[in-house]
Design a protein around this ligand. Sequence first.
Ligand code: NIG
Ligand code: FE
Length: 420
Amino acid sequence: MSKKPLWIRHASQLVTLKGSSARPLIGKQMEQLHIIENGSVWLEDGLIQFVGEDEEVAEAYKDRLEEAEMIDATGKLVIPGLVDPHTHLVFAGSREKEFEMRLQGATYMEIMNSGGGIHATTSMTREASYETLFKESKQRLDQFLLHGVTTVEAKSGYGLSLEHEIKQLEVAGKLNDHHPIDVVRTFMGAHAVPFEYKENPDRFVDYVIEDMIPEVASRKLAEFNDVFCERGVFTPEQSKSILEAGLKHGLLPKIHADEIEPYEGAELAASIGAISAEHLLKASNKGIKALADKGVIAVLLPGTAFFLMAESANGRDMIDAGVPVALSTDCNPGSSPTVSMPLVMNLGCLKMGMTPAEVLTAATINAAHALNRGKEIGSIEKGKKADITIFDVPNYMVLQYKYGVNHVHSVIKNGELIVN
Ligand code: NIG
Ligand code: FE
């Protein structure tokens, strides 16, 4: 942790998103960024200590200005560090051949059902040593940082046996300990039915419930429990029992819902009180209403829809219906091999009808809430973690408008300048 205080000053726009720590923003609130022009932030002891206009901060610290390391943000945009609430960070290998197959007309599910897809990555991940898995995943994490991300979620789900699920979660834990980015762990043993259980998927569900969840929870290897609820993968009934078993052991439910076909995943997320429902390309109007009623966060993944050449989830309708919306890369080797939250935000505007202000909210404070961390990160407010990203653009609209360019100027994590 930096001994010297860090003073970011002269920000052209300082986006604070203040006042949103208690609950995610919904509807019109998602446009209220609370911007300070000529803004300053004072960071010390890993935390945000003071936020205001240049003069206010200069006055508050007038006896200590000399002590601080200074970042001149003239002409720049200063925002809370980006939060990516849905990734499959820890895996081995890559699947570019499947990409080519899809370009020639094969579908994602066809490839998976013929032994590729998640199964291919599962084989490569099982075979990889702990060290290889760490090294490959760390490279991705380094790239996340270069794209302005300071916290990521990481799901298991390429092990599909107790031993290998634990290996993935332990690697994620070690990355959290050894990398500036915070890594939040989700158990996703129910990502696919592995070949060994192909003839008897219910036995695999029992294995997840009776063996994996208790062990993962008692060893505190994850905070959340996720399931791929999709026709041909896990049914809503199986998903419900897996998520309920997790809850019994203190793992908060998340769900991959209504991605490829409508399957009442959103309805299940609402009825079980999930913290978030993710994907939702094919969510029904009834499902969307249920999410709004229960305040379940919709984690939308427009990069995945783009990469699968599918129509994106209807972010616009969800926001208008009062659903709290967050955005994420879904970084994984099959359906979204990207680490770029700024690109995902851009797709949020162009493919889901969200405004530049809404995507900023969705990629910071609402994403923090999807990880149960709304009180610690996601906005620039006194007492929160000093996680901040600075972009070389004069305002938040330019960040969306000049797309396909990495505008990150610097990243500050726990009060320390990491990327510069
Ligand atoms: O979120 N949909 C399921 N899981 C991942 C894809 C995993 C893979 O293809 O390796 C997703 O898109
Ligand atoms: Fe996913």
